[in-house]
Design a protein around this ligand. Structure first.
Ligand SMILES: Nc1ncnc2c1ncn2[C@@H]1O[C@H](COP(=O)(O)OP(=O)(O)OP(=O)(O)O)[C@@H](O)[C@H]1O
Length: 305
């Protein structure tokens, strides 16, 4: 079975005078995937999404959505795309249902049944009659997603949709997005909330200063990069000795009585310790999460520039 690509950018670039907001972004989203677009503030996520949505003219590069090229200010390629950028624009003095009715008028096929369907998809039926000004941040974001879903999109493009939400609100959005994917919708989602994204996404593209610095499935991004943690009563001298032997490779961090060693396997660390006749109290591993992968990558890339 061939995998269908629902979003593809090639060598996308955007400069504002001397500011290179996006330098060379080539990425793709396969049908049925949730792909995270991750990067720190100012790394170029919103600019990239603006170009994908035809809102910003690229300086160079190409974009294809659902097999059609995206041309700025022409929305033909974006007919089957739903989007939510940050906090949604809502009519606070209307109910959620009336917000959906109002926006539904912009589309040809939004029936009252479809409105009830999207309310159900985002789990807002019980509160659909309430004024939106009484809604929590999480409920407003869910209503924003309902608006994005109104026209039956095949692809959702979400820019920081969980910003400002508490853990329970994020949990709901997480379940909701996984549910949408199970129904055949593909999702491209930007965020700097790495822990959240690790739980939501199938794949991630990590950008830094406008360029991709890593991409892959969560398993690929987290694989093969163990942190070895040793416990010792002399962390300073053990750390100095390790750094001396490692010749600048890897990274050694002291945390109280513990030393975390990045970039080496536990066998290598034990070999080094034996060589120096150092005996730690314990040698173990710490689980590598997306946040530590990300921090290491951004530190490495900052050092290189
Ligand atoms: N209209 C503009 N004119 C000049 N520079 C801009 C403009 N828009 C964005 N930039 C710059 O481009 C870079 C990327 O910004 P962008 O908003 O795309 O990043 P981001 O990853 O979405 O950040 P955040 O997470 O803070 O929203 C930043 O340095 C920003 O200051």
């Amino acid at each position: 079975m061939t995998v269908k690509v629902v979003l593809k950018t090639q060598h996308l670039k955007k400069s504002y005078g001397v500011v290179h907001a996006v330098e060379d972004i080539s990425l793709y989203v396969n049908q049925g995937e949730i792909v995270g677009f991750l990067g720190p503030n100012g790394s170029g996520k919103t600019t990239t999404i603006g170009m994908i949505l035809g809102l910003i003219y690229p300086t160079a590069g190409s974009i294809e959505v659902l097999g059609k090229p995206v041309k700025p200010l022409q929305n033909r390629a974006l007919q089957n795309v739903g989007t939510l950028m940050g906090a949604p624009s809502l009519m606070l003095s209307l109910s959620a249902r009336d917000n959906l009715r109002l926006l539904g008028r912009l589309y040809d096929n939004v029936t009252p049944q479809r409105i009830e369907q999207v309310l159900e998809m985002v789990n807002l039926q019980q509160d659909a009659h309430r004024l939106v000004k009484q809604y929590s941040t999480g409920m407003k974001q869910r209503l924003g997603l309902a608006l994005a879903l109104l026209d039956n999109p095949k692809l959702l493009i979400l820019d920081e949709p969980t910003n400002g939400m508490d853990p329970s609100g994020m949990h709901e959005i997480r379940l909701l997005l996984r549910n949408l994917v199970a129904q055949g919708i593909s999702i491209f989602i930007s965020s700097h909330l790495l822990h959240e994204m690790e739980m939501i996404c199938d794949r991630a593209v990590i950008i830094f200063k406008g360029k991709i610095i890593a991409e892959g499935t969560m398993e690929e991004l987290l694989a093969g990069k163990e942190i070895v943690r040793i416990k010792t009563s002399q962390p300073e001298s053990v750390s100095d000795a390790l750094q001396g032997i490692m010749h600048g490779a890897g990274k050694v961090q002291i945390n109280g009585d513990y030393i975390d060693i990045h970039g080496f396997t536990s066998e290598q660390v034990i070999e080094y310790l034996v060589e120096k006749r150092l005996t730690p109290h314990e040698v173990g591993h710490v689980r590598h999460d997306l946040e530590s992968v990300f921090l290491n990558l951004t530190q490495e890339n900052s050092a290189r520039r």
